[in-house]
Design a protein around this ligand. Structure first.
Ligand code: BTN
Length: 260
């Protein structure tokens, strides 16, 4: 794993990564960042680990990554915008990372609702946003990111669903360099959304999305909904036209139906 000095020499931004905690192994960088946030850690504090023993994914799942191959990190955010905008936060992360992945691989990323990044139809990056609020005001949000950089083999369930930058390009990438580029990209998009400009981020996200206008199935724990994905709601939900009505969803797994 790279050292704090090595990373800091490559960072050019003001906020993201100014405080950096690097671990060989942790249960979850999100859990660690949450502990730090509860103790008052500043916005932009980053926790990064080479390995996680209990990495968290969306919908209560785990996040698996081979030790020493990925970027597994969490950023503490303390945005001052209103709670109704919180659901839009993962979109800036997805766009910020997609830009870097596209620059370094030369491939086009797909953004999959709610906040997955795909390369050649397979997931290379997931974003998990966990927020804590008090009396309708956001206290802080932990933005956890898992980017598959140099992992070469995905087994079991992941075999046909997951990929890495290395799998797609056929060579390893310098994780420190990728991380520094991501920090810079995230900070620049975050600065934009903190000024109230979500339009650019949402426009860039939609330009990489493939579901709109298509027949989809959205799966939730006990439910499966068929319909047409028509839009993003103003708060980041997915608007689906079902046979009977329009509904907005905030969680779930989307697949595009084979027959349109
Ligand atoms: C998803 O399910 O797509 C989101 C996965 C997010 C995984 C990352 S890895 C670093 C950070 N720490 C965690 O425990 N989870 C996130």
């Amino acid at each position: 794993m790279f050292t704090e000095e090595e990373v800091k020499s490559g960072l050019t931004m003001q906020v993201f990564g100014h405080t950096l905690s690097i671990f060989d192994s942790l249960d979850s960088t999100n859990a660690c960042a949450k502990t730090l946030a509860n103790k008052g850690a500043d916005e932009g504090t980053v926790v990064i680990a080479d390995h996680q023993t209990a990495g968290r994914g969306r919908l209560g799942r785990t996040w698996q990554a081979e030790s020493g191959s990925s970027l597994l990190f969490s950023v503490i955010l303390r945005p001052t915008f209103t709670m109704d905008k919180i659901g839009l936060l993962p979109f800036f992360a997805a766009v910020g990372i997609a830009n870097v992945v596209e620059n370094i691989t030369g491939l086009q990323c797909e953004c999959k609702w709610p906040n997955d990044i795909l390369l050649q139809g397979k997931k290379c990056c997931g974003v998990l946003l966990e927020s804590t609020s008090q009396q309708h005001t956001l206290d802080y949000a932990i933005m956890g990111i898992g980017l598959n950089v140099n992992q070469k083999i995905f087994t079991g369930d992941l075999a046909d669903k997951a990929t890495s930058l290395c799998c797609e390009i056929g060579r390893e990438f310098d994780r420190r360099d990728v991380f520094c580029q991501i920090m810079s990209s995230l900070e620049s998009y975050y600065t934009q959304v903190c000024k109230g400009d979500f339009d650019t981020v949402l426009m860039e996200w939609k330009a990489r999305a493939t579901i709109f206008g298509k027949r989809i199935t959205l799966r939730q724990a006990a439910d499966s909904i068929d319909g047409i994905a028509v839009a993003l709601s103003v708060d980041g939900g997915l608007v689906v036209e079902t046979e009977s009505c329009q509904r907005v969803f905030y969680a779930g797994d989307v697949t595009i139906a084979q027959r349109q």
